[in-house]
Design a binder for this molecule. Sequence first.
Ligand SMILES: [Mn+2]
Length: 347
Amino acid sequence: MPNTFDPNAAAAPDSGLFGLPFDAAESDVLVLPVPFDATTSYRKGAALGPQAVARASRQVDLYDLEYGRFYERGIHLLPEHERIAKLNAEATRLAQGVIDVGGAIEGDELLGRALGRVNEIGAELNRIVHDAVAEILEQDKLPVVLGGDHAVPFGAWQACAEQYAGFGILHFDAHADLRAAYEGFEWSHASILHNALERIEGVERLVQVGIRDLCEAEHDYIAAQEGRVRVLYDRRWARARMAGDDLRELAQKYIRRLPKTVWVTFDVDGLDPALCPGTGTPVPGGLQWSEALMWLELLSKSGRRVLGVDLVEVAPSPAPAGTDSWDANVGARLLYKLIGCALATRG
Ligand SMILES: [Mn+2]
């Protein structure tokens, strides 16, 4: 760390992520921005997440009561891949027609072609994310994917599977994201975990937390997975909270179901929507802030190694000019805690 850098001072307006001065070579943590939300079905905005979170991150105090001075290991925001903005614009335009008819495109050749192209674009995005994350893993650094909607981390999990087969995914979300395809979109945010389980053999187990919105087919799919998927429904979590049960014990029970290597995928809508009012598909209920931090702290002390993390579906709601949206503020703090948790598991 340059000796002119003062971790106690306010961040300079032109400084990097979290106000830090590190370049990529100096950093153990590389954050990949993926501003893509083409198949978002309800309310857009997640593509604005990376920029908003990066800006808000300068407000985060570097010293962390749980994880200490982990920022000294270096955190760097990578430049946005040159293709992503173009892909997002094209896929968003083509997807809109399909979304407008709820995916019922039978007999419409034009919409059929549009859907095909959106699926192609999803596959290209997966390759971009895969290649970037594979390179980060090869350097033995921590990859962090910053979305974008929940469609974006698939390529990262493929890269993990190639180098660390048998890893688990710890998934925070209001939604199960286990649909076979949503509105025909093969790479929809609503299908991401289904795609992971069906297409990535190296994903040994999925543990889902915060789930409170799913369709019956997803419910049946979970049952048919015979233990490869474990779901802690928000309903159960909330009841345990109301009954005054030991939430740490309940969380630990699910963390123990994860293999020794873990990827954490955090859809911000897993939290109480008061913490993410702008997110694309908000659902009442969810984890409180301190509960989410408790999960991360327990994971960090569980003897598991976190291979990488992603934070998705942060969509900035309107804020007065010159200020950060609440969503971005919460997102930046959550990103920092995710990184702290992950680094704590890596020597
Ligand atoms: Mn999701």
